[in-house]
Design a protein around this ligand. Structure first.
Ligand SMILES: *[C@@H]1O[C@H](CO)[C@@H](O)[C@H](O)[C@H]1NC(C)=O
Ligand SMILES: *[C@@H]1O[C@H](CO)[C@@H](O)[C@H](O)[C@H]1NC(C)=O
Length: 775
């Protein structure tokens, strides 16, 4: 076997590159975006034209030389091309196609240049600095396993009230390392309780011969001393475990991290510190993933468990009705059937697959689809950008596109789609848009990424719920635990003031308990003078769905339509929409796409709208049916992040923001968090002052979950065992600045704390993982 290849390079990319390596093409390349030399913005924008011309010319020449001479030039050029491809998109908020460069000017005179990779530049002009840049960086994320303590002895570095004990200096608990144990989040399928209620679960295997069971991931019992608490959201609230942490080998070792290609592993991880990592292979051995076929494994798993699942032909019942049915079938000793959920990963041609990416999706498929006995299924929805490809007419064409763009082990999970197909599927004229800031096509993925998801739902009646998911998201933990607990928590939320609670970030150290938060939202709603949203919303020009014309409603039958204070309405009802950021009112919010609303009478006011940034969310079949009907029959649509939430609002579907744990990298004053993140109208995240206003979005840069986050990638790569610039320095710190910290040498140091072990969290965006991807 040759030198390890970290990047899966497809044939087409190589030929693309060979075309590029001719001289003329090279000279057309723009300046590299990653690792920009530090040039003061003020200098570039200086008054003297002559000086500017010279500086710019010299700068461009220098950057060109850099791009063409460095050994990593190939990879970088490739990334640049992706940028060029997207450069018509001025401001990219989120989505499956990567972010185009955006330039935003902060109100306080700070210019942010956000590049498509996550090496953004913050250049501070003059005296002004956003508040958050003044806060000290937290250290507690970066200590390792040797400082593990039982959860009840854990003292977080943050948040801490004045006078509260500091966890530092750390006392090391271990000279060697603690031992991890298998971490299972699925129900105990063998338990009498489960068996009495549901059909038996057939165990699933990776191979046809049923010799290789699906492995478990591993966790450590305890928390690394000093590790901060999330600034927003709460594990406890959602039912996610708070007393365990995950290192890279426990998380990904079972799927190939830390062993060679020859042994069927992914190679990555062997180049990091790895003391004691072999525990995770003791039970199963190192699994050989070389000829893995996940599509086949998933189908076999489902087939052997078919009897467990609801028949797709049976129309959806409301929660109240199913409750009665369950009781009745229980009396007759019939077992309950469970609904199925598809996790739809938005893939696209030209994406550079890496071994780390592959590991992540092996984990996701194993934990969600195989370990659950088919309750979940994973699909890749592959966007073929070239509308001239005969992807339906010719199987060889489709195969070639798969071969060139998706690792072979995932081929069986792919569905191809194109914008041309969407034009055919949703034909006719859509009418005008109030505004179209991106200038994009109505059938284009940029504005209407929901179209292919709607189509996918129509083609797959076997699923009741659909998670829209992206390639650059990671869950540091067991995927089943995340999706299952989010769904269970959302189901328990009453509809009373649910939209209002969902419109705010929950900051436990500021708001207190969830009950405090609920009471606060109630008070704030009263004080705002606005009616709480309850059931379908009326507005000028509203057009009913066919079901509404028939007199049907999405409200559970036990809800009194005239009693908005009923705190039981909606309890036990599955959510139609679960989002991972607040559902905010886009009106006057300063969010760039707030008025990208199509097909409504423009002589009337804009319809009421809600939105959640980052399209990762769970949509129910009935929400997707609603979106589909509004699209094809009423010719309505809106910008991708606004459409599902707005459809739920208009038609009285149950939508909820799940406050999952989100970290900030600095020691924010608690009041400042609320001010920055709930600084919109009536103390929400919406309306004027919204944190999603282009001018306020810089506040998210130090968070672990936002499309422009710098911290997510930094923390993730440190956790993977690679040294990172710590982002600390003169200008308040920025990505790519400061000292190189972490990595093999530091983690192996005898006096150090070892490799990182973090509690579960979502991180986004992860644009690269192995250091070789940058060079
Ligand atoms: C939360 O509610 C409890 C009980 O009503 C109260 O004692 C406590 O002070 C509240 N906390 C906050 C932060 O409002
Ligand atoms: C809400 O208002 C009530 C009545 O004025 C008050 O007792 C309660 O403490 C308030 N809750 C919060 C969280 O502010």
């Amino acid at each position: 076997m040759g030198p390890p290849s970290f990047l899966m390079r497809s044939k087409s990319d190589d030929s693309f590159l060979s075309i590029l390596s001719t001289k003329e093409e090279k000279s057309l390349l723009p300046a590299p975006v990653h690792r920009k030399p530090k040039i003061r913005v003020r200098t570039l924008l200086g008054h003297c034209l002559y000086r500017r011309v010279i500086l710019w010319t010299a700068g461009i020449l220098f950057l060109l030389c850099l791009a063409l001479s460095s050994p990593g030039g190939r990879q970088r050029r490739q990334r640049l091309l992706e940028l060029v491809d997207l450069s018509h998109q001025d401001v990219r908020s989120s989505g499956d196609e990567g972010e185009a460069p955006t330039v935003a000017k902060d109100t306080e005179g700070v210019v942010f240049v956000v590049s498509a990779g996550d090496a953004p530049q913050v250049q501070v002009q003059g005296e002004h600095m956003p508040t958050w840049l003044r806060f000290r960086h937290l250290d507690g994320f970066f200590n390792g396993l040797k400082a593990l303590v039982p959860a009840n002895e854990h003292i977080p570095e943050y948040p801490r009230k004045p006078g509260e004990a500091s966890p530092f200096p750390l006392t090391l608990s271990y000279t060697g390392l603690p031992t991890p144990t298998p971490y299972v989040s699925q129900p105990d399928y063998e338990s009498p309780e489960y068996i009495s209620q549901y059909h038996a679960v057939e165990k699933c295997y990776l191979d046809k011969e049923r010799r290789i069971p699906v492995p478990d991931l591993y966790a450590y019992n305890g928390v690394v001393q000093g590790q901060p608490e999330p600034a927003m959201g709460s594990r406890n609230l959602l039912g996610l475990r708070d007393d365990v942490c995950f290192d890279r080998f426990g998380r990904y070792g079972p799927y190939g991290l830390g062993y060679s290609f020859d042994e069927g592993g992914a190679f990555v991880g062997t180049d990091t510190e790895q003391e004691g990592s072999s525990t995770v292979w003791e039970k199963t051995g190192k699994i050989n993933y070389e000829n893995m076929d996940w599509g086949d494994a998933q189908t076999r798993c489902y087939e052997s468990n078919k009897k467990r699942f609801a028949d797709p032909a049976v129309p959806t019942k409301t929660a109240a009705v199913t409750g009665q049915l369950h009781q009745r079938s229980f009396l007759r000793n019939e077992r309950q059937k469970i609904p199925r959920t598809a996790v739809v990963i938005r893939a696209y041609v030209g994406f550079q697959w890496t071994q780390h990416n592959i590991l992540n999706f092996r984990a996701l498929i194993s934990e969600l689809a195989l370990k659950s006995g088919g309750e979940y299924a994973v699909h890749f929805l592959l966007h073929v950008r070239n509308n001239n490809e005969a992807i339906w007419a010719d199987p060889m064409t489709a195969q070639r596109i798969l071969d060139e763009n998706i690792p072979q082990e995932f081929h069986g999970l792919c569905t191809l789609w194109s914008e041309a197909q969407m034009r055919l599927y949703y034909p006719g004229k859509f009418g005008g848009s109030f505004q179209n800031p991106s200038g994009g096509d109505i059938h284009g993925v940029y504005r209407s990424a929901h179209f292919p998801l709607q189509h996918f739902a129509m083609q797959h009646p076997e699923y009741e719920y659909f998670w829209n998911w992206e390639l650059d998201m990671r869950w540091l933990g067991n995927y089943y635990e995340l999706f299952d607990r989010l769904s269970a928590w959302a189901k328990e939320q009453p509809r009373n003031e649910l939209w209002e609670r969902s419109a705010k970030y929950y900051i436990p150290s500021y708001h207190g308990s969830w009950e405090n938060f609920t009471s606060l939202v109630h008070n704030e709603t009263l004080n705002s003078g606005r009616e709480a949203t309850y059931g379908p919303v009326q507005f000028p020009g509203r057009q009913p769905l066919r079901s509404e014309l028939r007199g049907e409603s999405f409200m559970p039958s036990n809800c009194d339509p005239n009693d908005k204070s009923d705190t039981e309405c909606g309890r036990g009802e599955e959510a139609d929409l679960i989002t991972l950021n607040p559902l905010f009112d886009t009106e006057h919010s300063g969010w760039v796409f707030s008025t990208d609303v199509t097909g409504y009478k423009r002589s009337l006011p804009l319809p009421p709208r809600r939105c959640s940034i980052i399209t990762a969310s769970r949509l129910s079949r009935r929400l997707l049916n609603t979106m589909h009907e509004e699209t094809w029959r009423l010719k309505h649509t809106m910008f991708a992040e606004m459409y599902p939430a707005t459809m739920a609002l208009h038609h009285g579907l149950k939508a909820v923001y799940a406050p999952h744990p989100v970290y900030l990298d600095r020691e924010w004053e608690i009041e400042a968090i609320d001010k920055a993140f709930n600084g919109g109208r009536d103390h929400t995240a919406g309306g004027h002052g919204s944190p999603f206003d282009l001018n306020n979005e810089h506040n998210h840069k130090g968070s672990s979950w936002y499309y422009n986050s710098e911290f997510a990638g930094l923390l993730w790569r440190r956790w993977l065992g690679y040294a990172q610039f710590d982002g600390r320095g003169r200008n308040g710190g920025r990505s790519g600045e400061g000292q190189l910290r972490g990595g093999k040498e530091e983690e192996e140091r005898a006096a150090g704390t070892g490799r990182l072990c973090l509690r579960s969290m979502l991180v986004h965006p992860i644009k690269w993982e192995h250091p070789s991807e940058l060079d």
